[in-house]
Design a protein around this ligand. Structure first.
Ligand code: ZN
Length: 300
């Protein structure tokens, strides 16, 4: 398929119910979000896939947050050559970064990107939900495979006691992100075995989510996948790659470095300092005069 043929679907998250409300689910279309992540970080295909899948999983967690200003931070450290993956999401946006955006690995047999090898499976995934004034919720699970989808499923089961079917995917051709997305299905307590059997029967259909999304928009995919399970769309929410950084936040970060560090920066470099945001790469210059002003605000 050529790029021109690619249908320009807007990124969104469908919040769905199946089988008379016995199963809840999310269907994420995130192609543009992953394209933006690739553009900002200049990632190689295997890193685009690893970071993209983590962004899709984080978008799911973010979209289920109830509080207006809540956010969720997902950190994956698997011991593999990609280093650390870090993604932050809220109800309608995500952003992320990775230690080694330029990592290149040979394809797996069958031509698939080797995300599991890049990420590694010897570490853990942590999820921190910040719900404003309340104490943050922290959940941590060992990685299953580093393939990301299975790791999110393990998180839902172990940390949230919610058995889940998770599929996350990014379809990359050369350096071009053709499609990205994910699906989450969670049977609710009391869900009959017959419905769970139906989900398991259909799970192979969901395995290659990005390839499916490249050809068909999410609402019609949902109707064909879950035919007979009475799929209902409760809500459609937008999704985008968006960073909330600002000069003010960077100033706070500089102040938090402390007096000693700031003094070093002022003495070492007569031109001041240039800070770059990890998530969006936007740069901000702080003159020596600015740094002295911040030094006077630092309390330690
Ligand atoms: Zn930023």
């Amino acid at each position: 398929m050529s790029i021109q043929e690619y249908p320009a679907q807007k990124d969104s998250i469908l919040h769905i119910l199946l089988a008379d409300g016995m199963v809840r689910g999310l269907l994420v279309t995130g192609t543009r979000t992953v394209q933006e992540s690739q553009r900002i970080h200049g990632t190689t295909p295997v890193v685009t896939a690893a970071l993209g899948r983590t962004l899709m999983g984080t978008a799911m967690l973010g979209s289920m947050l109830k509080e207006e200003n809540a956010s969720v931070t997902v950190t994956i450290t698997g011991g593999g050559p990609i280093g650390k993956l870090l993604c932050v999401g809220d109800r309608e946006t995500v952003r992320g970064c990775v230690d080694m955006p330029q990592l290149d690995l040979p394809l797996r047999q069958g031509g698939k990107l080797n995300v599991g090898l890049a990420v590694g499976s010897a570490g853990r995934m942590s999820v921190v939900k910040d719900m404003g004034l309340k104490t943050p919720y922290i959940g941590q699970v060992p990685l299953v495979s580093g393939e990301i989808g299975e790791d999110f499923a393990s998180y839902y089961l172990q940390s949230e006691q919610s058995p889940s079917l998770v599929s996350l995917g990014v379809l990359v051709a050369g350096d071009i992100v053709l499609a990205a997305g994910g699906v989450l299905l969670q049977p609710l307590p009391g869900c009959p075995d017959s419905v769970i059997d139906q989900l398991e029967l259909r799970s192979p259909l969901l395995g290659d989510i990005s390839r499916e999304l490249a050809h068909e928009p999410a609402p019609s995919l949902m109707r064909s996948w879950f035919h007979g399970l009475e799929p209902v769309i409760l809500q459609t929410t937008p999704l985008s790659y968006c960073c909330s950084c600002s000069r003010e936040r960077m100033e706070k970060a500089l102040i938090a470095m402390g007096r000693e560090e700031l003094t070093h920066m002022i003495e070492d470099d007569l031109d001041g300092a240039e800070l770059s945001c990890h998530f969006c790469k936007s740069r901000s210059h702080f003159s020596t005069h600015d740094l002295i002003r911040l030094l006077n605000k630092a309390t330690r």
